[in-house]
Design a binder for this molecule. Structure first.
Ligand code: PAF
Length: 282
């Protein structure tokens, strides 16, 4: 661990600072507005790696035209304090022009895994994610990288990309952190008004009901999807976008749950879109 945290803006500054850090370096890519979930990734990296790098970059290419890029919450000062306290060595905060200079025209795209679920609802989203994560891998040259299970499909897509492009990086997926009432921690929770915040427990309640049904022996995936949708439909402030009970590896919708499966959903509370998931059958 270095004496004090280094903050880099340009790629040259980042590379220079990175070259002085010991291996293995653990990378935690973020879009800032950090909460305990992000910090748990930094802490895990701190335990497992000789040095810890973090990126803070609200990546414009992973937002759709009608999404929340311009209002995405930011708190750089607060983020840096949290990162320093968690023991990060190096933070990269590039501008969009540094990551996407004029003339940029190279993209990284994972195919099949990005088709269902979030990929179906947010065209181009994963292309933006994999492109920026590949660039972050090249910039930091980490030996390990840490992502949250909260974005389950993103985790699967990044694992696939890492294997397919032979990045010599070990990907670790860390558990979702939750508020006391079960709501998954997310920077987007800050958009919720008090009524929406209360209603937002509906995702956790729906997932818990399906998990309980599975534990009680239910293997019909339609029944599990129905258990989730009934709970969401009963919440007047919630609008379901999708619910899924999919194969854990392929992310294809299941008819029967026989092994590891991913229960996941996207739900609107007012204008705020929240996602959450549970893994069952582990
Ligand atoms: O999970 C996120 O915050 C982002 O998708 C990531 C991985 C930092 C890429 O911009």
């Amino acid at each position: 661990m270095s004496e004090s945290m280094i903050i880099a803006t340009t790629l040259e500054e980042l590379r220079q600072a990175r070259s002085l850090l010991d291996n293995p370096l653990g990378l935690v890519p973020t879009m800032g507005y950090l909460h305990k979930g992000h910090i748990s990734l930094v802490e895990r990296a701190r335990v497992e790696c000789a040095s810890v790098g973090v990126s803070i970059f609200v990546n414009p290419t992973q937002f759709g035209p009608n999404e929340d890029l311009n209002k995405y919450p930011r708190n750089i000062e607060g983020d840096l304090k949290l990162l320093e306290a968690a023991g990060a060595d190096l933070v990269w905060m590039p501008t969009p022009e540094i990551v996407y200079p004029p003339g940029f025209q190279t993209w990284v795209e994972v195919e099949g895994l990005t088709s269902p679920l979030e990929g179906a609802m947010r065209p181009g989203h994963f292309r933006g994610v994999t492109t920026v994560v590949a660039k972050l891998f090249n910039a930091f040259q980490p030996q390990k990288a840490y992502f949250g299970q909260k974005d389950a499909q993103q985790a699967a897509v990044i694992r696939r990309m890492t294997r397919d492009l032979d990045f010599p990086i070990e990907i670790t997926i860390c558990p979702t952190l939750r508020e006391a009432d079960g709501l998954a921690m997310s920077s987007r929770n800050t958009y919720l008004n008090p009524q929406e915040r209360q209603a937002a427990t509906v995702l956790f309640r729906a997932l818990s009901a399906a998990k309980a049904a599975h534990q009680a022996g239910e293997r019909d995936a339609d029944k599990l999807r129905q258990a989730m949708s009934e709970i969401i439909l009963a919440e007047p402030l919630a609008k379901m976008q999708y619910i899924s009970c999919a194969d854990y590896d392929s992310l294809e919708e299941l008819r029967t749950v026989s092994g590891k499966a991913l229960l996941s959903m996207a739900v609107y509370l007012g204008k705020t879109r929240l996602i959450d998931n549970f893994v069952i059958g582990e």
